[in-house]
Design a protein around this ligand. Structure first.
Ligand SMILES: [Zn+2]
Length: 331
């Protein structure tokens, strides 16, 4: 018997226990309120046949609700009889961020996806990161973290992985090519060193972020993109039958520059998420409350891909993040 066969139907995530040919539910402990545990709902879809375990999660940033909505749909619609392996869906990786519709954890203001691997005896969010990281590392053969631009920004549909030169990174790139999008951010960015996917990759587990949409809305097309990414990656792993989607060509990016405003006002974008811009090209302008143009925000680089942009007429303050411009390496 292979390890996969031995393990099949035996994994548990919190109180959820896998059962071959079934979908089971439970709760994963991620911290404690003064009077009760802090948990995420977990669904485990366990195929009739053995195979790899895909850990998929949403809402590590509270307003990024496309992840759990797509996970609900994929798992509730799955044919377990033809499935080889297991999909673990952790619906609300940051339960308090979800409840408050907040990107950062309301209890301590931390961005949970910047502090991995966390610390078991550290401050609140460090402990949550530790619980999540250990639970995922214990069962996952691959990890998928679903994100969006949240309530303030819009992002294109793309895949992001940690290009640390390891075998896990090469596998992550393969999985990224099956995510249903031609756009891949092969990141070596230092500011993402505390992200969960970076640390999972360092542990030898291929890991991806999928980004799509945001701006406070969730159109049906964006839910479908997330569903395509989840099923495409599960297919590339051999968990779901059939051929994974392939694009005719891929655009690969790295090194994101975060562009900040100098003044405050209403932000009027001049470009869209996913556009490629020239150096000095206007990304948008700020209007004061009288409607006067007081600042034009421009791209610091050429062949820059708009990885995120603040939503239309979003009120911004000085030093607010206006856009993420990522250098195109090949297309
Ligand atoms: Zn996010």
């Amino acid at each position: 018997m292979t390890i996969m066969e031995q393990r099949h139907g035996t994994i548990a995530v919190g109180t959820a226990k896998a059962e071959p040919g079934k979908i089971t539910r439970g709760e994963l402990l991620l911290g404690h309120f003064p009077d009760s545990p802090i948990t995420s709902p977990v669904m485990i879809a366990c195929g009739a046949k053995p195979g790899p375990v895909l850990w998929a999660q949403g809402c590590i940033h509270g307003p990024e609700i496309g992840g759990p909505v797509a996970l609900q749909r994929v798992l509730n619609g799955i044919d377990l009889t033809t499935m080889s392996g297991t999909i673990v869906a952790v619906m609300l990786a940051n339960p308090n961020g979800f409840r408050e519709y907040s990107r950062n954890t309301p209890l301590d203001g931390e961005n949970l996806n910047r502090i991995f691997p966390g610390a078991p005896a550290g401050p609140h969010s460090q402990q949550t990161a530790h619980y999540l990281f250990e639970a995922a590392s214990a069962v996952a053969d691959a990890m998928l973290d679903l994100h969006s631009g949240g309530d303030r920004s819009l992002v294109p549909f793309y895949a992001l992985y940690r290009n640390d030169g390891s075998a896990a990174a090469r596998k992550s790139h393969e999985l990224a090519e099956a995510a249903g999008t031609p756009d891949i951010w092969a990141s070596t960015d230092g500011w993402l060193k505390g992200a969960m996917f970076t640390n999972m990759t360092a542990r030898g587990i291929p890991s991806l972020i999928i980004e799509c949409g945001g701006g406070g809305g969730l159109p049906e097309a964006h839910v479908k993109s997330f569903e395509t990414a989840i099923t495409g990656i599960a297919t590339a792993l051999g968990i779901l039958p059939g051929k994974a989607p392939r694009q005719g060509s891929y655009r690969v990016m790295d090194n994101a520059l975060l562009v900040y405003s100098k003044l405050g006002g209403f932000f009027e974008p001049a470009v869209e998420a996913g556009e490629v811009v020239d150096e000095g090209q206007a990304l948008g302008r700020l209007l004061n409350p009288y409607g006067d143009v007081i600042e034009t925000v421009t791209s610091p680089i050429g062949r820059g891909w708009i990885g995120s942009i603040r939503k239309r007429y979003m009120p911004v303050y000085s030093g607010d993040q206006i856009a993420e411009v990522i250098a195109v390496l090949e297309d």
